[in-house]
Design a protein around this ligand. Structure first.
Ligand SMILES: C[S@@+](CC[C@H](N)C(=O)[O-])C[C@H]1O[C@@H](n2cnc3c(N)ncnc32)[C@H](O)[C@@H]1O
Length: 253
């Protein structure tokens, strides 16, 4: 059998494509995006967990548990939860016997984090960690929020030890017609309404729109390969309402 050709990265690097997608959807890029994302999460932090549970019917908890299992790391492994927010992933990783710590850009989200795990306010594009410092990284619903996704992935490749693992959880759009329609109506119309009543309307209008920043699966895969990961695996969760990407850091453990 002929091996499949390697996935291609757009000329000029994947982030060029990202900028084009953002411009098309009239979304900010660069420093303006970072400032918007930080202040938005600072604002919605106090009610973030409540709105999350309501808008996913509690399925987000199940998806994080599936992601933690998919890491496949033994008890005692050191795991960075990047963009940890209020700490849902940290709790799940801790219960699974791993040794998690969290980093996030938003002080408001970190202040709402009551997990007891070590935390730091950090931009994922420049992790204050030595090479090969961690056995694994989890990252929930943040890929579309990063300003330079390729730079964040490069940092993942640097700080995950050879043989270490990644589990990245993100929103997705279901393929199946009716589910896709329901998902669109829910996220574009109902979620901004719920978010507006309980938290901040502007933020919950922006969040569904921010999916425009998300590269398609093949591009994400290519970016992770470029960052030094192999066995990149993509899984649709709950009919495609969320997506889970796992990968292994290349090199001899
Ligand atoms: C949708 S929330 C997800 C929080 C948490 N991971 C979860 O699963 O509920 C996205 C998080 O990404 C964080 N974030 C956005 N840009 C970031 C960056 N450049 N570096 C680190 N964290 C960032 C936000 O502050 C926010 O807490």
């Amino acid at each position: 059998m002929t091996p499949a050709p390697p996935p291609t990265v757009p000329p000029g690097g994947p982030d060029l494509d990202l900028a084009a997608r953002a411009a098309e959807a009239d979304l900010p890029t660069g420093a303006a995006k970072t400032a918007l994302v930080r202040s938005m999460f600072d604002t919605i932090a106090p009610r973030y967990d409540l709105v999350n549970r309501l808008m996913t019917f509690g399925l987000d908890v199940r998806w994080r548990k599936q992601s933690a299992r998919a890491l496949g790391l033994p008890a005692g492994s050191v795991v960075l939860d990047l963009a940890c927010g209020t700490g849902d992933f940290l709790t799940i990783l801790d219960v699974a016997g791993l040794r998690p710590f969290g980093m996030d850009l938003s002080w408001g989200m970190l202040a709402a984090n009551r997990t007891g795990a070590p935390l730091a306010q950090v931009d994922g594009a420049a992790l204050p960690l030595v090479d090969g410092a961690v056995d694994g990284i989890t990252c929930g619903y943040a890929l579309r929020n990063f300003t330079g996704l390729a730079q964040v992935f490069a940092e993942f490749g640097r700080v995950v030890r050879p043989g270490g693992r990644l589990a990245l959880l993100e929103v997705a759009e279901p393929d199946q017609g009716l589910l896709r329609l329901g998902d669109r109506v829910w996220f574009r119309h109902v979620v901004p309404l719920i978010g507006g009543l309980l938290s901040d309307r502007a933020a919950y209008r922006y969040l569904p729109r921010s999916t425009a920043y998300l590269p398609p699966t093949a591009e994400l895969r290519a970016m992770l390969l470029t960052a030094g990961f192999s066995t990149v695996n993509h899984r649709a969760l709950s009919g495609g309402l969320s997506q889970l990407i796992t990968a292994t850091r290349q090199g001899r453990p």
